[in-house]
Design a protein around this ligand. Structure first.
Ligand code: NAP
Length: 508
Protein backbone atom coordinates (compact mmCIF):
# COMPACT_ATOMS: atom_id res chain seq x y z
CA UNK A 1 0.00 0.00 0.00
CA UNK A 2 1.56 3.26 -1.03
CA UNK A 3 1.02 6.73 0.35
CA UNK A 4 1.15 9.37 -2.34
CA UNK A 5 2.46 12.40 -0.51
CA UNK A 6 1.76 14.69 -3.44
CA UNK A 7 -1.02 12.55 -4.82
CA UNK A 8 1.27 11.46 -7.68
CA UNK A 9 2.36 8.00 -6.50
CA UNK A 10 4.71 5.45 -8.00
CA UNK A 11 4.53 4.91 -11.73
CA UNK A 12 4.89 1.16 -11.89
CA UNK A 13 2.17 -1.40 -11.57
CA UNK A 14 2.32 -4.29 -9.15
CA UNK A 15 5.31 -6.41 -9.99
CA UNK A 16 4.86 -9.99 -11.10
CA UNK A 17 4.45 -12.32 -8.11
CA UNK A 18 3.99 -9.45 -5.68
CA UNK A 19 0.91 -9.92 -3.56
CA UNK A 20 -1.79 -7.25 -3.92
CA UNK A 21 -2.10 -4.49 -1.36
CA UNK A 22 -5.49 -4.12 0.32
CA UNK A 23 -7.11 -0.93 1.66
CA UNK A 24 -9.90 -1.66 4.14
CA UNK A 25 -12.37 1.12 4.90
CA UNK A 26 -13.81 0.71 8.39
CA UNK A 27 -12.35 -0.70 11.59
CA UNK A 28 -15.30 -2.53 13.10
CA UNK A 29 -15.77 -6.30 13.24
CA UNK A 30 -15.57 -6.36 9.41
CA UNK A 31 -12.31 -4.45 9.05
CA UNK A 32 -10.56 -6.13 11.98
CA UNK A 33 -11.67 -9.64 10.97
CA UNK A 34 -10.71 -9.09 7.34
CA UNK A 35 -7.26 -7.80 8.30
CA UNK A 36 -6.54 -10.83 10.50
CA UNK A 37 -7.73 -13.36 7.91
CA UNK A 38 -5.99 -11.65 4.98
CA UNK A 39 -2.66 -11.54 6.80
CA UNK A 40 -3.09 -15.20 7.76
CA UNK A 41 -3.69 -16.03 4.11
CA UNK A 42 -0.41 -14.33 3.20
CA UNK A 43 -1.79 -10.94 2.09
CA UNK A 44 0.25 -8.86 4.50
CA UNK A 45 0.09 -5.47 2.79
CA UNK A 46 -3.14 -4.48 4.51
CA UNK A 47 -4.14 -1.03 5.80
CA UNK A 48 -7.33 -0.23 7.70
CA UNK A 49 -8.75 3.30 7.56
CA UNK A 50 -10.97 4.08 10.53
CA UNK A 51 -12.51 7.54 10.88
CA UNK A 52 -13.25 7.07 14.61
CA UNK A 53 -10.75 7.34 17.41
CA UNK A 54 -10.60 3.58 18.01
CA UNK A 55 -11.46 0.34 16.29
CA UNK A 56 -14.83 -1.22 17.14
CA UNK A 57 -17.32 0.29 14.68
CA UNK A 58 -20.90 0.23 15.99
CA UNK A 59 -19.67 -1.18 19.29
CA UNK A 60 -17.42 1.83 19.81
CA UNK A 61 -20.25 4.25 19.01
CA UNK A 62 -23.29 2.66 20.67
CA UNK A 63 -22.46 3.32 24.30
CA UNK A 64 -26.05 3.98 25.43
CA UNK A 65 -26.93 2.60 28.89
CA UNK A 66 -28.02 -1.03 28.59
CA UNK A 67 -26.33 -1.59 25.19
CA UNK A 68 -25.66 -5.28 24.71
CA UNK A 69 -25.69 -7.88 22.01
CA UNK A 70 -28.88 -9.72 21.08
CA UNK A 71 -26.96 -12.64 19.58
CA UNK A 72 -25.37 -15.13 22.01
CA UNK A 73 -21.69 -14.28 22.32
CA UNK A 74 -20.46 -17.75 21.42
CA UNK A 75 -21.80 -17.02 17.94
CA UNK A 76 -21.18 -13.27 18.07
CA UNK A 77 -17.40 -13.64 18.11
CA UNK A 78 -14.74 -14.48 15.53
CA UNK A 79 -14.48 -18.22 14.84
CA UNK A 80 -10.69 -17.82 15.00
CA UNK A 81 -10.74 -16.05 18.39
CA UNK A 82 -13.21 -17.79 20.72
CA UNK A 83 -13.51 -16.12 24.10
CA UNK A 84 -14.31 -18.61 26.86
CA UNK A 85 -14.61 -15.82 29.42
CA UNK A 86 -17.67 -13.85 28.29
CA UNK A 87 -19.38 -12.63 31.45
CA UNK A 88 -22.89 -13.40 30.17
CA UNK A 89 -24.65 -15.36 27.44
CA UNK A 90 -25.33 -11.99 25.74
CA UNK A 91 -22.28 -9.79 26.30
CA UNK A 92 -22.66 -6.10 27.15
CA UNK A 93 -21.28 -3.42 24.81
CA UNK A 94 -18.12 -2.55 26.79
CA UNK A 95 -17.06 -6.19 26.87
CA UNK A 96 -17.59 -6.59 23.12
CA UNK A 97 -15.59 -3.41 22.50
CA UNK A 98 -12.76 -4.77 24.69
CA UNK A 99 -12.91 -8.05 22.75
CA UNK A 100 -12.54 -6.33 19.33
CA UNK A 101 -9.66 -4.22 20.61
CA UNK A 102 -7.90 -7.17 22.17
CA UNK A 103 -8.26 -9.27 18.98
CA UNK A 104 -6.93 -6.32 16.95
CA UNK A 105 -4.01 -5.95 19.34
CA UNK A 106 -3.14 -9.65 19.61
CA UNK A 107 -3.23 -10.15 15.85
CA UNK A 108 -1.16 -7.12 14.92
CA UNK A 109 -4.10 -5.26 13.37
CA UNK A 110 -3.61 -2.03 15.31
CA UNK A 111 -0.24 -1.41 13.68
CA UNK A 112 -1.94 -1.73 10.28
CA UNK A 113 -4.71 0.73 11.21
CA UNK A 114 -4.83 4.43 10.44
CA UNK A 115 -7.09 5.60 13.22
CA UNK A 116 -8.87 8.94 12.93
CA UNK A 117 -8.50 8.81 9.14
CA UNK A 118 -11.59 9.11 6.97
CA UNK A 119 -11.62 7.95 3.37
CA UNK A 120 -13.64 10.56 1.52
CA UNK A 121 -13.19 9.32 -2.04
CA UNK A 122 -12.00 6.18 -3.80
CA UNK A 123 -11.45 6.19 -7.56
CA UNK A 124 -10.51 3.31 -9.80
CA UNK A 125 -7.46 4.06 -11.95
CA UNK A 126 -7.88 1.89 -15.02
CA UNK A 127 -4.49 2.78 -16.40
CA UNK A 128 -2.66 1.43 -13.37
CA UNK A 129 -5.27 -1.05 -12.15
CA UNK A 130 -5.30 0.49 -8.69
CA UNK A 131 -7.65 2.28 -6.35
CA UNK A 132 -6.70 5.88 -5.56
CA UNK A 133 -7.95 6.97 -2.16
CA UNK A 134 -8.43 10.47 -0.86
CA UNK A 135 -8.40 10.55 2.91
CA UNK A 136 -8.31 13.13 5.66
CA UNK A 137 -4.60 12.26 5.98
CA UNK A 138 -3.57 12.48 2.34
CA UNK A 139 -3.85 10.23 -0.68
CA UNK A 140 -3.10 6.54 -0.88
CA UNK A 141 -3.31 3.81 -3.43
CA UNK A 142 -4.00 0.10 -3.19
CA UNK A 143 -4.63 -2.82 -5.53
CA UNK A 144 -7.80 -3.90 -3.71
CA UNK A 145 -10.51 -1.85 -2.05
CA UNK A 146 -12.44 -3.61 0.69
CA UNK A 147 -15.28 -1.70 2.30
CA UNK A 148 -16.27 -2.73 5.82
CA UNK A 149 -18.54 0.20 6.66
CA UNK A 150 -21.41 -1.77 8.23
CA UNK A 151 -25.11 -1.29 7.54
CA UNK A 152 -26.06 0.64 10.66
CA UNK A 153 -23.42 3.31 11.11
CA UNK A 154 -25.32 6.52 10.26
CA UNK A 155 -27.91 7.50 12.91
CA UNK A 156 -31.33 8.42 11.50
CA UNK A 157 -32.81 11.66 12.75
CA UNK A 158 -36.61 11.52 12.47
CA UNK A 159 -38.44 14.12 10.40
CA UNK A 160 -40.56 15.49 13.24
CA UNK A 161 -41.78 19.08 13.24
CA UNK A 162 -40.05 21.30 15.74
CA UNK A 163 -37.24 18.90 16.68
CA UNK A 164 -34.70 21.72 16.35
CA UNK A 165 -36.75 23.97 18.58
CA UNK A 166 -36.43 21.78 21.69
CA UNK A 167 -34.59 23.74 24.39
CA UNK A 168 -33.05 20.78 26.26
CA UNK A 169 -30.55 18.12 25.20
CA UNK A 170 -31.52 15.86 22.27
CA UNK A 171 -29.35 12.92 21.30
CA UNK A 172 -29.52 9.66 19.37
CA UNK A 173 -28.91 6.32 21.10
CA UNK A 174 -25.83 5.83 18.88
CA UNK A 175 -24.47 9.23 19.98
CA UNK A 176 -25.34 9.07 23.67
CA UNK A 177 -24.45 12.23 25.55
CA UNK A 178 -22.95 10.91 28.78
CA UNK A 179 -22.53 14.46 30.11
CA UNK A 180 -26.29 14.74 30.56
CA UNK A 181 -27.29 13.55 34.02
CA UNK A 182 -30.71 11.89 33.75
CA UNK A 183 -31.24 11.66 37.51
CA UNK A 184 -34.74 12.86 38.31
CA UNK A 185 -35.27 14.20 34.75
CA UNK A 186 -38.30 13.83 32.50
CA UNK A 187 -36.97 11.86 29.56
CA UNK A 188 -38.86 11.34 26.29
CA UNK A 189 -37.69 8.31 24.31
CA UNK A 190 -38.84 8.21 20.68
CA UNK A 191 -38.93 4.71 19.19
CA UNK A 192 -39.44 1.19 20.52
CA UNK A 193 -36.92 -0.84 18.48
CA UNK A 194 -33.93 -2.92 19.59
CA UNK A 195 -32.02 0.07 21.02
CA UNK A 196 -35.01 1.49 22.97
CA UNK A 197 -35.90 -1.82 24.59
CA UNK A 198 -32.36 -2.02 25.95
CA UNK A 199 -31.89 1.55 27.10
CA UNK A 200 -35.28 2.29 28.69
CA UNK A 201 -34.93 -0.47 31.34
CA UNK A 202 -31.36 0.76 32.02
CA UNK A 203 -32.30 4.41 32.61
CA UNK A 204 -35.66 3.78 34.34
CA UNK A 205 -34.18 3.47 37.84
CA UNK A 206 -32.48 6.90 37.62
CA UNK A 207 -34.87 9.00 35.54
CA UNK A 208 -37.72 10.85 37.21
CA UNK A 209 -40.22 10.03 34.46
CA UNK A 210 -39.83 8.31 31.08
CA UNK A 211 -42.36 8.83 28.29
CA UNK A 212 -41.86 6.21 25.59
CA UNK A 213 -43.28 7.18 22.19
CA UNK A 214 -44.26 4.08 20.22
CA UNK A 215 -45.21 4.34 16.55
CA UNK A 216 -45.86 0.62 16.15
CA UNK A 217 -45.15 -2.25 18.55
CA UNK A 218 -42.58 -4.89 17.68
CA UNK A 219 -42.53 -8.58 18.49
CA UNK A 220 -40.40 -9.71 21.39
CA UNK A 221 -39.24 -13.05 22.72
CA UNK A 222 -37.65 -13.96 26.06
CA UNK A 223 -33.90 -13.34 25.96
CA UNK A 224 -33.17 -15.80 28.76
CA UNK A 225 -29.90 -14.03 29.42
CA UNK A 226 -27.73 -15.23 32.30
CA UNK A 227 -24.31 -14.76 33.81
CA UNK A 228 -21.66 -17.39 33.20
CA UNK A 229 -20.33 -18.67 36.51
CA UNK A 230 -16.58 -18.90 37.06
CA UNK A 231 -16.79 -22.69 36.76
CA UNK A 232 -18.63 -22.43 33.41
CA UNK A 233 -15.92 -20.11 32.08
CA UNK A 234 -13.22 -22.53 33.27
CA UNK A 235 -15.06 -25.38 31.58
CA UNK A 236 -15.10 -23.48 28.26
CA UNK A 237 -11.39 -22.81 28.70
CA UNK A 238 -10.57 -26.45 29.32
CA UNK A 239 -13.00 -27.89 26.79
CA UNK A 240 -13.08 -25.55 23.77
CA UNK A 241 -15.15 -28.19 21.96
CA UNK A 242 -17.99 -27.41 24.36
CA UNK A 243 -17.99 -23.77 23.30
CA UNK A 244 -17.89 -24.81 19.65
CA UNK A 245 -20.86 -27.10 20.27
CA UNK A 246 -22.82 -24.24 21.84
CA UNK A 247 -21.89 -22.06 18.86
CA UNK A 248 -23.10 -24.74 16.46
CA UNK A 249 -26.39 -25.24 18.34
CA UNK A 250 -26.99 -21.47 18.41
CA UNK A 251 -26.21 -21.23 14.70
CA UNK A 252 -28.56 -24.13 13.89
CA UNK A 253 -31.39 -22.47 15.85
CA UNK A 254 -30.80 -19.15 14.09
CA UNK A 255 -30.69 -20.84 10.70
CA UNK A 256 -34.09 -22.36 11.43
CA UNK A 257 -35.21 -18.79 12.22
CA UNK A 258 -33.85 -17.69 8.84
CA UNK A 259 -35.84 -20.46 7.13
CA UNK A 260 -38.96 -19.44 9.08
CA UNK A 261 -38.74 -15.87 7.77
CA UNK A 262 -38.02 -16.87 4.18
CA UNK A 263 -38.99 -20.19 2.61
CA UNK A 264 -40.63 -22.06 5.53
CA UNK A 265 -43.05 -19.47 6.91
CA UNK A 266 -45.09 -22.13 8.77
CA UNK A 267 -42.15 -22.32 11.19
CA UNK A 268 -43.05 -18.84 12.48
CA UNK A 269 -45.97 -20.25 14.50
CA UNK A 270 -43.95 -21.25 17.60
CA UNK A 271 -42.12 -17.89 17.55
CA UNK A 272 -45.48 -16.07 17.44
CA UNK A 273 -46.80 -18.21 20.29
CA UNK A 274 -43.71 -17.44 22.41
CA UNK A 275 -44.14 -13.71 21.74
CA UNK A 276 -47.84 -13.75 22.73
CA UNK A 277 -47.09 -15.83 25.82
CA UNK A 278 -44.43 -13.34 26.93
CA UNK A 279 -46.84 -10.39 26.76
CA UNK A 280 -49.58 -12.32 28.56
CA UNK A 281 -47.23 -13.44 31.32
CA UNK A 282 -45.51 -10.10 31.86
CA UNK A 283 -48.36 -7.58 31.64
CA UNK A 284 -51.46 -7.48 33.81
CA UNK A 285 -52.94 -4.23 32.55
CA UNK A 286 -55.17 -5.09 29.57
CA UNK A 287 -54.81 -1.61 27.99
CA UNK A 288 -51.04 -1.86 28.05
CA UNK A 289 -51.24 -5.40 26.71
CA UNK A 290 -53.30 -4.22 23.76
CA UNK A 291 -50.86 -1.37 23.08
CA UNK A 292 -47.78 -3.61 22.93
CA UNK A 293 -49.35 -6.47 20.98
CA UNK A 294 -48.22 -6.28 17.36
CA UNK A 295 -50.73 -6.73 14.57
CA UNK A 296 -48.14 -7.50 11.93
CA UNK A 297 -46.41 -10.78 11.22
CA UNK A 298 -43.68 -11.84 13.61
CA UNK A 299 -40.22 -11.49 12.08
CA UNK A 300 -41.12 -8.73 9.60
CA UNK A 301 -39.13 -6.39 11.86
CA UNK A 302 -36.23 -7.73 13.90
CA UNK A 303 -37.59 -9.84 16.77
CA UNK A 304 -36.44 -8.17 19.99
CA UNK A 305 -35.00 -10.37 22.68
CA UNK A 306 -35.72 -9.00 26.14
CA UNK A 307 -36.57 -10.05 29.66
CA UNK A 308 -36.96 -6.47 30.91
CA UNK A 309 -39.02 -4.45 28.44
CA UNK A 310 -42.57 -5.25 29.59
CA UNK A 311 -41.81 -5.15 33.35
CA UNK A 312 -40.22 -1.72 32.77
CA UNK A 313 -43.30 -0.41 30.95
CA UNK A 314 -45.31 -1.28 34.06
CA UNK A 315 -43.11 0.82 36.37
CA UNK A 316 -44.89 3.86 37.87
CA UNK A 317 -42.40 6.31 36.31
CA UNK A 318 -42.78 4.94 32.76
CA UNK A 319 -45.60 5.70 30.33
CA UNK A 320 -46.09 4.23 26.86
CA UNK A 321 -47.59 6.78 24.50
CA UNK A 322 -49.11 5.45 21.31
CA UNK A 323 -50.68 8.65 19.94
CA UNK A 324 -48.68 9.92 16.97
CA UNK A 325 -46.27 12.77 17.65
CA UNK A 326 -47.53 15.97 16.07
CA UNK A 327 -44.80 18.34 17.05
CA UNK A 328 -41.86 18.91 19.33
CA UNK A 329 -42.03 22.19 21.20
CA UNK A 330 -39.23 23.96 23.12
CA UNK A 331 -40.44 22.30 26.33
CA UNK A 332 -41.93 18.95 25.36
CA UNK A 333 -43.80 16.79 22.87
CA UNK A 334 -47.29 17.42 21.50
CA UNK A 335 -49.29 14.40 20.36
CA UNK A 336 -52.02 14.24 17.72
CA UNK A 337 -54.70 13.94 20.42
CA UNK A 338 -53.79 17.48 21.49
CA UNK A 339 -52.00 16.52 24.70
CA UNK A 340 -48.55 17.93 25.42
CA UNK A 341 -46.09 16.28 27.77
CA UNK A 342 -43.15 18.20 29.17
CA UNK A 343 -39.65 16.79 28.71
CA UNK A 344 -36.17 17.78 29.92
CA UNK A 345 -34.28 15.46 27.57
CA UNK A 346 -35.21 13.73 24.29
CA UNK A 347 -33.59 10.44 23.30
CA UNK A 348 -33.92 9.46 19.65
CA UNK A 349 -34.05 5.66 19.45
CA UNK A 350 -35.07 6.01 15.82
CA UNK A 351 -32.63 3.69 14.04
CA UNK A 352 -30.19 4.15 11.20
CA UNK A 353 -29.86 5.18 7.55
CA UNK A 354 -29.68 1.53 6.63
CA UNK A 355 -29.71 1.98 2.84
CA UNK A 356 -26.69 4.27 2.65
CA UNK A 357 -24.00 1.55 2.89
CA UNK A 358 -20.59 3.10 2.08
CA UNK A 359 -21.88 6.72 2.25
CA UNK A 360 -20.68 9.42 2.66
CA UNK A 361 -17.56 8.03 0.94
CA UNK A 362 -17.67 8.63 -2.83
CA UNK A 363 -16.64 5.59 -4.85
CA UNK A 364 -15.98 5.96 -8.59
CA UNK A 365 -15.63 2.88 -10.74
CA UNK A 366 -14.20 1.98 -14.15
CA UNK A 367 -17.06 3.64 -16.05
CA UNK A 368 -16.53 6.94 -14.22
CA UNK A 369 -19.89 6.53 -12.51
CA UNK A 370 -20.22 6.66 -8.75
CA UNK A 371 -21.46 3.72 -6.72
CA UNK A 372 -24.33 5.94 -5.51
CA UNK A 373 -25.44 6.45 -9.12
CA UNK A 374 -25.01 2.77 -9.89
CA UNK A 375 -27.14 1.97 -6.85
CA UNK A 376 -30.02 4.27 -7.69
CA UNK A 377 -32.78 3.26 -6.85
CA UNK A 378 -31.45 0.27 -4.90
CA UNK A 379 -28.05 -1.03 -3.82
CA UNK A 380 -27.25 -4.43 -5.28
CA UNK A 381 -24.11 -6.55 -5.34
CA UNK A 382 -23.34 -10.09 -6.43
CA UNK A 383 -23.59 -12.12 -3.20
CA UNK A 384 -23.50 -8.74 -1.44
CA UNK A 385 -19.81 -8.58 -2.29
CA UNK A 386 -19.03 -7.29 -5.76
CA UNK A 387 -20.41 -4.83 -8.29
CA UNK A 388 -19.84 -4.78 -12.08
CA UNK A 389 -17.65 -1.86 -13.26
CA UNK A 390 -16.04 -1.69 -9.83
CA UNK A 391 -13.04 -3.96 -10.35
CA UNK A 392 -10.88 -5.10 -7.45
CA UNK A 393 -13.53 -3.89 -5.01
CA UNK A 394 -15.40 -6.00 -2.46
CA UNK A 395 -18.03 -5.04 0.10
CA UNK A 396 -18.14 -6.79 3.45
CA UNK A 397 -21.62 -7.08 5.00
CA UNK A 398 -22.77 -5.36 1.80
CA UNK A 399 -26.23 -5.22 0.20
CA UNK A 400 -28.64 -8.06 1.05
CA UNK A 401 -26.45 -9.73 3.64
CA UNK A 402 -28.49 -8.79 6.71
CA UNK A 403 -31.12 -11.07 8.17
CA UNK A 404 -33.75 -11.33 10.84
CA UNK A 405 -31.50 -13.78 12.67
CA UNK A 406 -27.87 -14.83 12.65
CA UNK A 407 -24.58 -13.14 13.37
CA UNK A 408 -23.06 -10.36 11.27
CA UNK A 409 -19.64 -11.75 12.18
CA UNK A 410 -20.46 -15.06 10.51
CA UNK A 411 -21.47 -13.13 7.38
CA UNK A 412 -18.27 -11.11 7.50
CA UNK A 413 -16.07 -14.20 7.77
CA UNK A 414 -17.91 -15.85 4.88
CA UNK A 415 -17.36 -12.68 2.81
CA UNK A 416 -13.67 -12.56 3.65
CA UNK A 417 -13.30 -16.19 2.50
CA UNK A 418 -14.71 -15.08 -0.87
CA UNK A 419 -12.30 -12.13 -1.05
CA UNK A 420 -9.34 -14.40 -0.27
CA UNK A 421 -10.52 -16.81 -2.98
CA UNK A 422 -10.57 -13.83 -5.38
CA UNK A 423 -7.06 -12.72 -4.40
CA UNK A 424 -5.82 -16.31 -4.75
CA UNK A 425 -7.32 -16.39 -8.25
CA UNK A 426 -5.50 -13.16 -9.10
CA UNK A 427 -2.24 -14.67 -7.87
CA UNK A 428 -2.77 -17.97 -9.62
CA UNK A 429 -3.53 -16.41 -12.99
CA UNK A 430 -0.97 -13.59 -12.52
CA UNK A 431 -3.78 -11.13 -13.19
CA UNK A 432 -4.20 -7.75 -11.59
CA UNK A 433 -7.83 -6.97 -12.31
CA UNK A 434 -10.91 -8.90 -11.25
CA UNK A 435 -14.45 -7.83 -12.04
CA UNK A 436 -17.75 -9.56 -11.50
CA UNK A 437 -19.63 -10.12 -14.77
CA UNK A 438 -22.75 -8.05 -15.51
CA UNK A 439 -24.82 -11.01 -16.68
CA UNK A 440 -23.94 -13.00 -13.57
CA UNK A 441 -24.90 -10.12 -11.32
CA UNK A 442 -28.17 -9.64 -13.20
CA UNK A 443 -28.99 -13.35 -12.81
CA UNK A 444 -28.25 -13.13 -9.08
CA UNK A 445 -30.42 -10.01 -8.77
CA UNK A 446 -33.36 -11.78 -10.47
CA UNK A 447 -32.95 -14.73 -8.13
CA UNK A 448 -32.78 -12.36 -5.15
CA UNK A 449 -35.86 -10.42 -6.23
CA UNK A 450 -37.94 -13.59 -6.58
CA UNK A 451 -36.79 -14.99 -3.23
CA UNK A 452 -37.32 -11.70 -1.35
CA UNK A 453 -40.91 -11.45 -2.57
CA UNK A 454 -41.88 -14.50 -0.53
CA UNK A 455 -40.24 -13.43 2.70
CA UNK A 456 -41.90 -12.07 5.82
CA UNK A 457 -40.06 -8.75 5.36
CA UNK A 458 -41.97 -8.08 2.13
CA UNK A 459 -45.40 -9.21 3.18
CA UNK A 460 -45.48 -8.55 6.93
CA UNK A 461 -45.13 -4.77 7.56
CA UNK A 462 -43.01 -1.71 6.88
CA UNK A 463 -39.52 -1.79 8.35
CA UNK A 464 -36.08 -0.31 7.84
CA UNK A 465 -35.32 -3.11 5.40
CA UNK A 466 -37.80 -2.11 2.69
CA UNK A 467 -38.27 1.41 1.28
CA UNK A 468 -41.56 3.00 0.20
CA UNK A 469 -41.09 1.60 -3.34
CA UNK A 470 -40.60 -1.96 -2.13
CA UNK A 471 -36.82 -1.93 -2.65
CA UNK A 472 -34.90 -3.99 -0.14
CA UNK A 473 -31.12 -3.63 -0.17
CA UNK A 474 -30.66 -5.23 3.25
CA UNK A 475 -32.06 -8.73 3.56
CA UNK A 476 -30.60 -12.10 2.57
CA UNK A 477 -33.62 -14.24 1.65
CA UNK A 478 -32.05 -17.64 2.25
CA UNK A 479 -30.45 -19.50 5.12
CA UNK A 480 -27.04 -18.48 6.50
CA UNK A 481 -25.53 -21.87 5.68
CA UNK A 482 -26.46 -21.06 2.06
CA UNK A 483 -24.54 -17.78 2.25
CA UNK A 484 -21.47 -19.62 3.47
CA UNK A 485 -21.78 -22.26 0.76
CA UNK A 486 -22.27 -19.77 -2.05
CA UNK A 487 -19.45 -17.43 -1.03
CA UNK A 488 -16.85 -20.04 -0.06
CA UNK A 489 -15.56 -20.56 -3.59
CA UNK A 490 -15.13 -18.25 -6.49
CA UNK A 491 -17.14 -19.52 -9.41
CA UNK A 492 -14.77 -18.95 -12.32
CA UNK A 493 -17.62 -18.05 -14.67
CA UNK A 494 -18.80 -15.25 -12.33
CA UNK A 495 -15.67 -13.14 -12.61
CA UNK A 496 -13.48 -11.81 -15.37
CA UNK A 497 -9.77 -11.73 -14.60
CA UNK A 498 -7.35 -9.63 -16.64
CA UNK A 499 -3.65 -9.05 -16.50
CA UNK A 500 -3.34 -5.96 -18.59
CA UNK A 501 -1.06 -4.11 -16.15
CA UNK A 502 1.35 -6.99 -15.81
CA UNK A 503 1.82 -6.99 -19.56
CA UNK A 504 2.90 -3.35 -19.34
CA UNK A 505 4.78 -3.51 -16.06
CA UNK A 506 8.51 -3.91 -15.98
CA UNK A 507 9.37 -7.44 -14.94
CA UNK A 508 11.05 -7.80 -11.60
P1 NAP B 1 -35.07 0.47 14.74
O1 NAP B 1 -35.22 -0.95 15.03
O2 NAP B 1 -35.10 0.94 13.34
O3 NAP B 1 -36.19 1.19 15.60
C1 NAP B 1 -36.47 2.53 15.41
C2 NAP B 1 -37.70 2.87 16.22
O4 NAP B 1 -37.97 4.24 16.06
C3 NAP B 1 -38.94 2.11 15.76
O5 NAP B 1 -39.73 1.82 16.85
C4 NAP B 1 -39.62 3.13 14.84
O6 NAP B 1 -41.00 2.93 14.72
C5 NAP B 1 -39.31 4.40 15.57
N1 NAP B 1 -39.31 5.58 14.71
C6 NAP B 1 -38.51 5.85 13.66
N2 NAP B 1 -38.83 7.04 13.11
C7 NAP B 1 -39.84 7.55 13.88
C8 NAP B 1 -40.60 8.73 13.83
N3 NAP B 1 -40.38 9.65 12.87
N4 NAP B 1 -41.57 8.91 14.75
C9 NAP B 1 -41.79 7.98 15.70
N5 NAP B 1 -41.11 6.82 15.80
C10 NAP B 1 -40.15 6.63 14.89
O7 NAP B 1 -33.72 1.09 15.36
P2 NAP B 1 -32.83 0.51 16.52
O8 NAP B 1 -33.65 0.17 17.68
O9 NAP B 1 -31.70 1.44 16.71
O10 NAP B 1 -32.30 -0.84 15.91
C11 NAP B 1 -31.80 -0.86 14.58
C12 NAP B 1 -31.10 -2.16 14.34
O11 NAP B 1 -29.88 -2.11 15.05
C13 NAP B 1 -31.80 -3.39 14.84
O12 NAP B 1 -32.75 -3.89 13.96
C14 NAP B 1 -30.65 -4.33 15.05
O13 NAP B 1 -30.31 -4.93 13.82
C15 NAP B 1 -29.55 -3.39 15.47
N6 NAP B 1 -29.39 -3.38 16.93
C16 NAP B 1 -28.84 -4.49 17.47
C17 NAP B 1 -28.69 -4.55 18.81
C18 NAP B 1 -28.08 -5.76 19.40
O14 NAP B 1 -28.45 -6.13 20.47
N7 NAP B 1 -27.15 -6.43 18.73
C19 NAP B 1 -29.10 -3.51 19.63
C20 NAP B 1 -29.64 -2.39 19.05
C21 NAP B 1 -29.80 -2.35 17.68
P3 NAP B 1 -41.61 1.85 13.66
O15 NAP B 1 -41.33 0.50 14.26
O16 NAP B 1 -43.03 2.16 13.58
O17 NAP B 1 -40.87 2.07 12.37
Amino acid sequence: MAQNGSGAGPKTARASGQRPSVAIVGGGFGGVGAAVLLVRAGYTDVTIFERGERVGGVWAHNTYPGAACDVPSHLYEFSFAPNPRWSRRYAPQAEIQDYIESVADRHGVLERARIGTEVTRAQWDEERAKWQLQTSAGSFEADILLTACGQLSIPKEPAINGLDSFAGPVFHTAEWNHDVDLAGKRVAVIGTGCSAIQTVPAIQPVAGQIDVYQRSPGWTMPKMDFEYSESAKRLFERLPALQRLDRLATFAFMDIGAAAMTSQRWLLAPFRAAGRWQIKKAINDSDLRAKVTPTDEIGCKRIMLTDEWYPTLEKPNVELITERIEQITPTGIKSEDGSERPADVIVLATGFESHAFVAPMEVIGASGRTLATEWDPVARAYLGLSVPSFPNMFLLYGPNTNGGTGSAIYVIEAGVAHVIAALDALQRTRADRIEVRHERTEAFNRELHTALAGTVWHTGCTSWYVDENGNDPNQWPWMWSTYRRRTRHLEPSAYELKRRMLERAPSS
